[in-house]
Design a protein around this ligand. Sequence first.
Ligand SMILES: Cc1cc2nc3c(=O)[nH]c(=O)nc-3n(C[C@H](O)[C@H](O)[C@H](O)COP(=O)(O)OP(=O)(O)OC[C@H]3O[C@@H](n4cnc5c(N)ncnc54)[C@H](O)[C@@H]3O)c2cc1C
Length: 381
Amino acid sequence: MSNEEESLILDSVNRWLERDVAPYAHDLEQADEYPHAMVEQMKQLGLFGATIDPEYGGLGLTASTYAKVVSAVCEVWMSLSGIFNSHLIMARCIQNFGTEAQKQEWLPKLSAGELRGGIGLTEPDAGTDLQGIRCAAKKDGDYYIVNGAKAWITNSIEGDVLGLLVKTDPTATPPRKGMSMFIAAKGPGFNVTRKLKKLGYRGIDTAEISFEDYRVHKDCLIGGEEGRGFYNAVGGLELGRINVAARGVGVATAALKQATAYSQQRHTFGKPICEHQAIQLKLGEMATRTEAARLLVEQAAKAFDSGERCDMEAGMAKYFATEAAAKNADENMRIHGAYGYSTEFDVERLYRDAPLMIIGEGTNEMQRIIIARQLVERNPI
Ligand SMILES: Cc1cc2nc3c(=O)[nH]c(=O)nc-3n(C[C@H](O)[C@H](O)[C@H](O)COP(=O)(O)OP(=O)(O)OC[C@H]3O[C@@H](n4cnc5c(N)ncnc54)[C@H](O)[C@@H]3O)c2cc1C
Protein backbone atom coordinates (compact mmCIF):
# COMPACT_ATOMS: atom_id res chain seq x y z
CA MET A 1 0.00 0.00 0.00
CA SER A 2 1.45 3.38 -1.01
CA ASN A 3 1.82 6.24 1.47
CA GLU A 4 -0.73 8.19 -0.54
CA GLU A 5 -3.35 5.41 -0.32
CA GLU A 6 -2.70 5.07 3.41
CA SER A 7 -3.17 8.82 3.91
CA LEU A 8 -6.45 8.78 1.99
CA ILE A 9 -7.83 6.00 4.18
CA LEU A 10 -6.65 7.61 7.43
CA ASP A 11 -8.04 11.00 6.34
CA SER A 12 -11.49 9.60 5.68
CA VAL A 13 -11.50 7.68 8.98
CA ASN A 14 -10.39 10.81 10.87
CA ARG A 15 -13.04 12.97 9.19
CA TRP A 16 -15.71 10.43 10.15
CA LEU A 17 -14.45 10.26 13.74
CA GLU A 18 -14.51 14.02 14.09
CA ARG A 19 -17.89 14.56 12.44
CA ASP A 20 -19.97 11.47 13.33
CA VAL A 21 -18.37 9.84 16.37
CA ALA A 22 -16.78 12.37 18.73
CA PRO A 23 -19.96 14.42 19.32
CA TYR A 24 -22.06 11.33 20.20
CA ALA A 25 -19.68 8.81 21.81
CA HIS A 26 -19.96 10.15 25.35
CA ASP A 27 -23.75 9.85 25.62
CA LEU A 28 -23.92 6.45 23.93
CA GLU A 29 -21.19 5.11 26.18
CA GLN A 30 -22.78 6.40 29.37
CA ALA A 31 -26.13 4.90 28.34
CA ASP A 32 -24.44 1.62 27.24
CA GLU A 33 -26.33 2.01 23.97
CA TYR A 34 -25.31 0.23 20.77
CA PRO A 35 -24.07 2.68 18.11
CA HIS A 36 -26.29 1.52 15.22
CA ALA A 37 -25.82 4.66 13.11
CA MET A 38 -22.04 4.44 13.44
CA VAL A 39 -22.09 0.79 12.36
CA GLU A 40 -23.84 1.82 9.12
CA GLN A 41 -21.16 4.47 8.57
CA MET A 42 -18.44 1.89 9.27
CA LYS A 43 -19.92 -0.27 6.49
CA GLN A 44 -19.66 2.68 4.07
CA LEU A 45 -16.05 3.26 5.08
CA GLY A 46 -15.24 -0.40 4.38
CA LEU A 47 -14.05 -1.06 7.93
CA PHE A 48 -15.74 -4.48 8.07
CA GLY A 49 -13.51 -5.57 5.20
CA ALA A 50 -10.43 -3.63 6.31
CA THR A 51 -8.01 -6.58 6.37
CA ILE A 52 -9.94 -8.94 4.07
CA ASP A 53 -8.37 -9.65 0.69
CA PRO A 54 -9.71 -7.40 -2.14
CA GLU A 55 -10.48 -10.61 -4.06
CA TYR A 56 -13.29 -11.14 -1.53
CA GLY A 57 -14.46 -7.53 -1.40
CA GLY A 58 -12.19 -6.21 1.37
CA LEU A 59 -9.73 -3.30 1.47
CA GLY A 60 -6.74 -5.60 2.04
CA LEU A 61 -5.03 -3.16 4.42
CA THR A 62 -1.59 -4.09 5.69
CA ALA A 63 -1.18 -4.63 9.45
CA SER A 64 0.75 -1.33 9.58
CA THR A 65 -2.08 0.71 8.06
CA TYR A 66 -4.77 -1.19 9.94
CA ALA A 67 -2.98 -0.54 13.25
CA LYS A 68 -3.05 3.21 12.51
CA VAL A 69 -6.79 3.04 11.76
CA VAL A 70 -7.41 1.17 15.04
CA SER A 71 -5.36 3.69 17.05
CA ALA A 72 -7.26 6.61 15.47
CA VAL A 73 -10.63 5.03 16.30
CA CYS A 74 -9.59 4.23 19.88
CA GLU A 75 -8.36 7.75 20.45
CA VAL A 76 -12.02 8.74 20.09
CA TRP A 77 -13.96 5.68 21.34
CA MET A 78 -12.38 2.30 21.99
CA SER A 79 -15.65 0.34 21.91
CA LEU A 80 -16.06 0.95 18.17
CA SER A 81 -12.86 -0.92 17.39
CA GLY A 82 -14.31 -4.07 19.01
CA ILE A 83 -17.18 -4.08 16.54
CA PHE A 84 -14.86 -4.59 13.58
CA ASN A 85 -11.80 -6.12 15.34
CA SER A 86 -13.33 -9.41 16.46
CA HIS A 87 -15.35 -9.52 13.21
CA LEU A 88 -12.06 -9.31 11.30
CA ILE A 89 -10.36 -11.93 13.47
CA MET A 90 -13.12 -14.32 12.48
CA ALA A 91 -12.83 -13.31 8.81
CA ARG A 92 -9.07 -13.82 8.95
CA CYS A 93 -9.60 -17.32 10.28
CA ILE A 94 -11.73 -18.13 7.22
CA GLN A 95 -9.31 -16.38 4.87
CA ASN A 96 -6.24 -18.20 6.26
CA PHE A 97 -7.66 -21.62 7.03
CA GLY A 98 -11.03 -21.95 5.21
CA THR A 99 -11.73 -23.89 2.01
CA GLU A 100 -12.13 -21.88 -1.20
CA ALA A 101 -15.90 -22.54 -1.06
CA GLN A 102 -16.04 -21.11 2.49
CA LYS A 103 -14.10 -18.02 1.44
CA GLN A 104 -16.44 -17.45 -1.54
CA GLU A 105 -19.52 -17.98 0.58
CA TRP A 106 -18.66 -15.92 3.68
CA LEU A 107 -15.96 -13.33 3.02
CA PRO A 108 -17.83 -11.02 0.59
CA LYS A 109 -20.78 -10.76 3.02
CA LEU A 110 -18.43 -10.14 5.95
CA SER A 111 -16.46 -7.52 3.95
CA ALA A 112 -19.64 -5.59 3.21
CA GLY A 113 -20.78 -5.78 6.83
CA GLU A 114 -23.92 -7.51 5.52
CA LEU A 115 -23.04 -10.23 8.03
CA ARG A 116 -21.19 -9.27 11.19
CA GLY A 117 -19.06 -11.72 13.07
CA GLY A 118 -17.27 -12.38 16.32
CA ILE A 119 -15.04 -14.97 17.86
CA GLY A 120 -16.34 -17.54 20.37
CA LEU A 121 -13.47 -19.07 22.34
CA THR A 122 -13.92 -18.23 26.04
CA GLU A 123 -16.20 -20.24 28.34
CA PRO A 124 -17.38 -19.61 31.89
CA ASP A 125 -14.51 -21.77 33.24
CA ALA A 126 -11.87 -21.53 30.49
CA GLY A 127 -10.18 -18.44 29.07
CA THR A 128 -6.38 -18.47 28.98
CA ASP A 129 -6.43 -22.26 29.15
CA LEU A 130 -8.29 -22.77 25.88
CA GLN A 131 -7.67 -26.49 25.81
CA GLY A 132 -9.92 -26.67 28.87
CA ILE A 133 -13.09 -25.73 26.95
CA ARG A 134 -16.06 -28.07 27.24
CA CYS A 135 -18.40 -26.91 24.46
CA ALA A 136 -18.64 -29.99 22.20
CA ALA A 137 -19.90 -30.84 18.70
CA LYS A 138 -21.01 -34.37 17.81
CA LYS A 139 -21.31 -35.52 14.19
CA ASP A 140 -24.81 -36.50 13.07
CA GLY A 141 -24.96 -37.18 9.31
CA ASP A 142 -24.21 -33.96 7.41
CA TYR A 143 -24.50 -31.91 10.61
CA TYR A 144 -22.76 -31.46 13.93
CA ILE A 145 -24.86 -31.03 17.08
CA VAL A 146 -23.34 -28.48 19.46
CA ASN A 147 -23.94 -28.34 23.22
CA GLY A 148 -22.22 -26.16 25.78
CA ALA A 149 -21.73 -22.55 26.84
CA LYS A 150 -19.58 -19.56 25.88
CA ALA A 151 -18.96 -16.43 27.94
CA TRP A 152 -17.68 -12.93 27.25
CA ILE A 153 -18.43 -13.09 23.55
CA THR A 154 -18.34 -9.67 21.90
CA ASN A 155 -20.73 -8.96 19.00
CA SER A 156 -22.89 -11.92 19.95
CA ILE A 157 -26.10 -9.93 20.39
CA GLU A 158 -25.89 -7.56 17.42
CA GLY A 159 -23.79 -9.86 15.21
CA ASP A 160 -24.91 -12.74 13.02
CA VAL A 161 -22.18 -15.34 13.05
CA LEU A 162 -19.30 -16.58 15.22
CA GLY A 163 -16.04 -18.40 14.71
CA LEU A 164 -16.95 -21.04 17.29
CA LEU A 165 -14.28 -23.16 19.00
CA VAL A 166 -15.53 -26.56 20.19
CA LYS A 167 -14.28 -30.03 20.95
CA THR A 168 -15.12 -32.57 18.26
CA ASP A 169 -13.12 -35.22 20.15
CA PRO A 170 -13.27 -34.51 23.90
CA THR A 171 -11.06 -37.57 24.61
CA ALA A 172 -8.09 -36.47 22.47
CA THR A 173 -4.63 -36.11 24.01
CA PRO A 174 -3.35 -33.52 23.96
CA PRO A 175 -6.80 -31.90 24.04
CA ARG A 176 -5.96 -29.40 21.28
CA LYS A 177 -5.92 -32.23 18.74
CA GLY A 178 -9.63 -32.76 19.36
CA MET A 179 -10.64 -29.13 18.83
CA SER A 180 -12.39 -27.68 15.77
CA MET A 181 -13.63 -24.27 14.67
CA PHE A 182 -17.00 -23.74 12.99
CA ILE A 183 -18.59 -20.83 11.18
CA ALA A 184 -21.68 -20.73 13.39
CA ALA A 185 -24.57 -18.57 12.19
CA LYS A 186 -27.40 -17.82 14.57
CA GLY A 187 -30.26 -20.33 14.45
CA PRO A 188 -32.34 -22.63 16.66
CA GLY A 189 -30.36 -23.76 19.71
CA PHE A 190 -27.93 -20.79 19.53
CA ASN A 191 -29.23 -18.84 22.54
CA VAL A 192 -27.79 -15.53 23.71
CA THR A 193 -28.68 -15.81 27.37
CA ARG A 194 -27.38 -12.65 29.02
CA LYS A 195 -25.84 -9.31 28.11
CA LEU A 196 -22.90 -8.74 30.46
CA LYS A 197 -22.53 -5.50 32.38
CA LYS A 198 -19.01 -4.12 32.10
CA LEU A 199 -16.73 -1.58 33.77
CA GLY A 200 -15.88 -0.07 30.38
CA TYR A 201 -16.04 -1.06 26.70
CA ARG A 202 -19.67 -0.07 26.86
CA GLY A 203 -22.07 0.46 23.98
CA ILE A 204 -20.76 -2.72 22.40
CA ASP A 205 -22.45 -6.01 23.22
CA THR A 206 -20.64 -8.74 25.15
CA ALA A 207 -22.75 -11.71 26.21
CA GLU A 208 -23.10 -15.27 27.40
CA ILE A 209 -24.34 -17.92 24.99
CA SER A 210 -25.71 -21.40 25.50
CA PHE A 211 -25.83 -23.99 22.74
CA GLU A 212 -28.61 -26.53 23.09
CA ASP A 213 -28.65 -29.10 20.28
CA TYR A 214 -27.57 -26.34 17.90
CA ARG A 215 -27.09 -27.82 14.40
CA VAL A 216 -24.27 -26.63 12.20
CA HIS A 217 -23.65 -28.09 8.71
CA LYS A 218 -20.36 -29.93 8.10
CA ASP A 219 -19.60 -27.43 5.30
CA CYS A 220 -19.14 -24.84 8.07
CA LEU A 221 -16.20 -26.70 9.66
CA ILE A 222 -13.31 -24.31 8.91
CA GLY A 223 -10.91 -26.00 6.49
CA GLY A 224 -13.22 -29.03 6.29
CA GLU A 225 -11.06 -31.07 8.65
CA GLU A 226 -11.58 -31.82 12.35
CA GLY A 227 -8.80 -31.22 14.88
CA ARG A 228 -7.52 -27.90 13.45
CA GLY A 229 -9.55 -25.56 15.68
CA PHE A 230 -6.89 -24.76 18.26
CA TYR A 231 -4.41 -23.87 15.50
CA ASN A 232 -7.09 -21.78 13.73
CA ALA A 233 -7.68 -19.88 16.99
CA VAL A 234 -4.03 -19.24 17.86
CA GLY A 235 -3.05 -18.68 14.18
CA GLY A 236 -4.54 -15.19 14.31
CA LEU A 237 -2.96 -14.21 17.59
CA GLU A 238 0.00 -12.20 16.29
CA LEU A 239 -2.28 -9.89 14.32
CA GLY A 240 -4.81 -9.87 17.17
CA ARG A 241 -2.11 -8.70 19.56
CA ILE A 242 -0.92 -5.98 17.21
CA ASN A 243 -4.55 -4.79 17.00
CA VAL A 244 -4.97 -4.65 20.77
CA ALA A 245 -1.60 -2.91 21.09
CA ALA A 246 -2.85 -0.35 18.54
CA ARG A 247 -5.91 0.19 20.73
CA GLY A 248 -3.53 0.85 23.62
CA VAL A 249 -1.73 3.51 21.58
CA GLY A 250 -5.08 5.18 20.83
CA VAL A 251 -6.15 5.32 24.48
CA ALA A 252 -2.67 6.37 25.69
CA THR A 253 -2.65 9.18 23.10
CA ALA A 254 -6.13 10.38 24.07
CA ALA A 255 -5.10 10.53 27.75
CA LEU A 256 -1.90 12.40 26.89
CA LYS A 257 -3.76 14.96 24.73
CA GLN A 258 -6.39 15.58 27.41
CA ALA A 259 -3.74 15.99 30.10
CA THR A 260 -1.59 18.32 27.98
CA ALA A 261 -4.56 20.59 27.24
CA TYR A 262 -6.03 20.62 30.76
CA SER A 263 -2.70 21.23 32.47
CA GLN A 264 -2.42 24.50 30.53
CA GLN A 265 -5.97 25.62 31.43
CA ARG A 266 -6.03 24.81 35.12
CA HIS A 267 -4.27 27.27 37.42
CA THR A 268 -3.20 26.69 41.02
CA PHE A 269 -1.02 28.93 43.17
CA GLY A 270 -0.89 31.56 40.45
CA LYS A 271 0.27 29.51 37.49
CA PRO A 272 -0.97 26.81 35.10
CA ILE A 273 -0.43 23.38 36.63
CA CYS A 274 1.80 22.38 33.67
CA GLU A 275 4.40 24.67 35.25
CA HIS A 276 4.49 22.66 38.48
CA GLN A 277 7.28 20.15 38.39
CA ALA A 278 5.14 17.30 39.76
CA ILE A 279 2.82 17.64 36.72
CA GLN A 280 5.73 18.04 34.31
CA LEU A 281 7.17 14.73 35.48
CA LYS A 282 3.84 13.05 34.72
CA LEU A 283 3.53 14.66 31.28
CA GLY A 284 7.11 13.76 30.41
CA GLU A 285 6.54 10.12 31.28
CA MET A 286 3.15 9.99 29.55
CA ALA A 287 4.54 11.41 26.30
CA THR A 288 7.56 9.09 26.28
CA ARG A 289 5.40 6.05 27.04
CA THR A 290 2.99 6.90 24.24
CA GLU A 291 5.74 7.34 21.71
CA ALA A 292 7.51 4.13 22.77
CA ALA A 293 4.21 2.22 22.51
CA ARG A 294 3.58 3.62 19.02
CA LEU A 295 7.05 2.60 17.86
CA LEU A 296 6.69 -0.93 19.26
CA VAL A 297 3.37 -1.34 17.43
CA GLU A 298 4.88 0.02 14.22
CA GLN A 299 7.81 -2.37 14.50
CA ALA A 300 5.63 -5.43 15.17
CA ALA A 301 3.23 -4.53 12.33
CA LYS A 302 6.13 -4.02 9.92
CA ALA A 303 7.58 -7.43 10.83
CA PHE A 304 4.13 -9.00 10.35
CA ASP A 305 3.70 -7.35 6.94
CA SER A 306 7.06 -8.59 5.74
CA GLY A 307 6.12 -12.14 6.72
CA GLU A 308 8.72 -12.39 9.51
CA ARG A 309 8.01 -14.33 12.67
CA CYS A 310 6.85 -11.67 15.14
CA ASP A 311 5.32 -13.39 18.17
CA MET A 312 7.84 -11.76 20.52
CA GLU A 313 7.48 -8.34 18.88
CA ALA A 314 3.66 -8.55 18.91
CA GLY A 315 3.76 -9.67 22.56
CA MET A 316 6.05 -6.77 23.53
CA ALA A 317 3.85 -4.27 21.68
CA LYS A 318 0.67 -5.67 23.28
CA TYR A 319 2.14 -5.72 26.75
CA PHE A 320 3.79 -2.31 26.67
CA ALA A 321 1.12 -0.36 24.77
CA THR A 322 -1.78 -1.62 26.89
CA GLU A 323 0.07 -0.96 30.16
CA ALA A 324 0.91 2.50 28.74
CA ALA A 325 -2.81 3.10 28.13
CA ALA A 326 -3.71 2.13 31.71
CA LYS A 327 -0.89 4.19 33.23
CA ASN A 328 -1.66 7.25 31.10
CA ALA A 329 -5.39 6.98 31.89
CA ASP A 330 -4.53 6.93 35.60
CA GLU A 331 -2.15 9.91 35.37
CA ASN A 332 -4.67 11.83 33.25
CA MET A 333 -7.25 11.37 35.99
CA ARG A 334 -4.84 12.58 38.68
CA ILE A 335 -3.95 15.64 36.57
CA HIS A 336 -7.67 16.48 36.20
CA GLY A 337 -8.28 16.31 39.95
CA ALA A 338 -12.00 16.09 40.78
CA TYR A 339 -13.01 16.74 37.15
CA GLY A 340 -11.26 13.50 36.22
CA TYR A 341 -13.69 11.67 38.47
CA SER A 342 -16.76 13.19 36.83
CA THR A 343 -18.87 11.19 34.39
CA GLU A 344 -19.47 14.44 32.46
CA PHE A 345 -16.05 14.13 30.84
CA ASP A 346 -14.21 11.38 29.00
CA VAL A 347 -11.29 11.22 31.44
CA GLU A 348 -12.97 8.53 33.54
CA ARG A 349 -14.01 6.58 30.42
CA LEU A 350 -10.37 6.09 29.41
CA TYR A 351 -9.69 4.91 32.96
CA ARG A 352 -12.51 2.34 32.69
CA ASP A 353 -11.69 1.24 29.13
CA ALA A 354 -7.96 0.62 29.54
CA PRO A 355 -7.98 -2.52 31.76
CA LEU A 356 -9.81 -4.61 29.14
CA MET A 357 -6.76 -4.46 26.91
CA ILE A 358 -4.62 -5.86 29.72
CA ILE A 359 -6.92 -8.90 29.94
CA GLY A 360 -8.03 -9.52 26.33
CA GLU A 361 -6.10 -11.20 23.50
CA GLY A 362 -3.81 -13.00 25.96
CA THR A 363 -3.42 -11.43 29.40
CA ASN A 364 -0.34 -9.32 30.07
CA GLU A 365 0.91 -11.97 32.49
CA MET A 366 0.92 -14.40 29.54
CA GLN A 367 2.58 -11.84 27.23
CA ARG A 368 5.58 -11.57 29.52
CA ILE A 369 5.85 -15.36 29.68
CA ILE A 370 5.68 -15.55 25.85
CA ILE A 371 8.35 -12.85 25.52
CA ALA A 372 10.64 -14.66 27.95
CA ARG A 373 10.19 -18.03 26.22
CA GLN A 374 10.96 -16.46 22.84
CA LEU A 375 13.95 -14.66 24.24
CA VAL A 376 15.45 -17.92 25.45
CA GLU A 377 14.52 -19.79 22.24
CA ARG A 378 16.14 -17.15 20.05
CA ASN A 379 19.25 -16.91 22.21
CA PRO A 380 20.40 -20.45 23.04
CA ILE A 381 23.76 -20.80 24.76
C1 LIG B 1 -15.05 -7.07 27.70
C2 LIG B 1 -14.52 -8.40 27.29
C3 LIG B 1 -14.74 -8.85 26.00
C4 LIG B 1 -14.30 -10.13 25.60
N1 LIG B 1 -14.59 -10.57 24.33
C5 LIG B 1 -14.27 -11.85 24.00
C6 LIG B 1 -14.68 -12.40 22.73
O1 LIG B 1 -15.25 -11.71 21.88
N2 LIG B 1 -14.41 -13.71 22.48
C7 LIG B 1 -13.77 -14.51 23.38
O2 LIG B 1 -13.59 -15.67 23.08
N3 LIG B 1 -13.38 -14.02 24.59
C8 LIG B 1 -13.61 -12.72 24.92
N4 LIG B 1 -13.23 -12.23 26.15
C9 LIG B 1 -12.56 -13.11 27.10
C10 LIG B 1 -11.07 -12.88 27.23
O3 LIG B 1 -10.41 -13.28 26.05
C11 LIG B 1 -10.61 -13.64 28.47
O4 LIG B 1 -11.12 -12.95 29.58
C12 LIG B 1 -9.12 -13.79 28.56
O5 LIG B 1 -8.67 -14.72 27.61
C13 LIG B 1 -8.66 -14.26 29.97
O6 LIG B 1 -9.34 -15.41 30.33
P1 LIG B 1 -10.09 -15.50 31.75
O7 LIG B 1 -10.89 -14.28 31.92
O8 LIG B 1 -10.78 -16.82 31.78
O9 LIG B 1 -8.93 -15.47 32.82
P2 LIG B 1 -8.12 -16.74 33.39
O10 LIG B 1 -7.60 -17.54 32.25
O11 LIG B 1 -8.96 -17.44 34.38
O12 LIG B 1 -6.90 -16.03 34.11
C14 LIG B 1 -7.01 -15.47 35.43
C15 LIG B 1 -5.64 -14.92 35.83
O13 LIG B 1 -4.67 -15.96 35.87
C16 LIG B 1 -3.56 -15.65 35.04
N5 LIG B 1 -3.07 -16.88 34.41
C17 LIG B 1 -3.80 -17.84 33.77
N6 LIG B 1 -3.00 -18.82 33.36
C18 LIG B 1 -1.72 -18.49 33.72
C19 LIG B 1 -0.44 -19.08 33.52
N7 LIG B 1 -0.28 -20.24 32.89
N8 LIG B 1 0.64 -18.43 34.02
C20 LIG B 1 0.52 -17.25 34.66
N9 LIG B 1 -0.67 -16.63 34.85
C21 LIG B 1 -1.78 -17.24 34.38
C22 LIG B 1 -4.11 -14.67 33.99
O14 LIG B 1 -3.07 -13.87 33.45
C23 LIG B 1 -5.09 -13.87 34.85
O15 LIG B 1 -4.38 -12.89 35.56
C24 LIG B 1 -13.61 -10.94 26.54
C25 LIG B 1 -13.34 -10.47 27.82
C26 LIG B 1 -13.79 -9.21 28.21
C27 LIG B 1 -13.51 -8.74 29.61
